[in-house]
Design a protein. Structure first.
Length: 205
């Protein structure tokens, strides 16, 4: 068995484990997911499950990062469909927030009263959200640079703006107070003001 084929097989097994865990969460919640049940569902040993995903918290992290990939694919598509930067940001934010409403993982944590069994996801999306924010910021900045040049923002300012967008979306996901379209309008308005200020500075310098 070659190294590349072995890695491919391991990748397929990991996806099967994540798929099985996701189905369990969708059916009966995160509290129902155990390494023993996961091993039984996929037809492997508990040791194999631990080898592939580590601890239960590690499983939650893997599920979260895979779900983040879905969100970021949507952001790329939404921004790529717009020729105006503000319209692109508004569309991407609205799409992400709408996806959050249907996301099993987001609803697992924030759609019901959070308890000890949901602590893994809650921690990942709050106090351990650094990796999520970093990955999302990199995608937003990449899209903005590729799709909407030239920009009135410096590289540092773009990084700050992208992080503001990501954190505002994350806040709207975790503590929704408005509809996705209204929240997206608010975020786009903030960015529009920042761009207007940067453009005015450029014109007067």
């Amino acid at each position: 068995m070659t190294i590349s084929f072995r890695h491919e097989v391991q990748g397929m097994l990991r996806e099967r484990l994540l798929d099985a865990a996701y189905e369990m969460i969708e059916t009966s919640g995160w509290a129902s997911v155990t390494m023993a049940k996961l091993a039984s569902a996929v037809g492997v040993s508990r040791q194999t499950v631990h080898t592939e995903v580590g601890t239960r918290h590690g499983l939650a992290e893997a599920l979260t990062l895979r779900e983040l990939g879905r969100f970021l694919d949507l952001v790329r598509a939404r921004m790529g469909a717009e020729t105006d930067i503000v319209a692109g940001i508004r569309s991407a934010c609205q799409g992400a927030l709408e996806l959050g409403e249907s996301s099993v993982l987001v609803r697992t944590v924030f759609g019901s009263v959070s308890g000890e069994n949901d602590a893994d996801f809650l921690t990942i999306l709050t106090t351990e959200s650094g990796e999520i924010v970093e990955l999302a910021v990199s995608v937003v900045t990449e899209c903005v640079r590729d799709l909407y040049p030239p920009l009135p923002l410096t590289d540092d300012e773009l990084d700050v703006a992208a992080e503001a967008i990501v954190r505002l979306v994350l806040s709207a996901l975790t503590r929704p107070s408005k509809s996705p379209s209204e929240a997206a309008d608010d975020i786009a308005w903030v960015i529009e003001l920042a761009l207007a200020g940067a453009s005015a500075r450029t014109q007067t310098s």
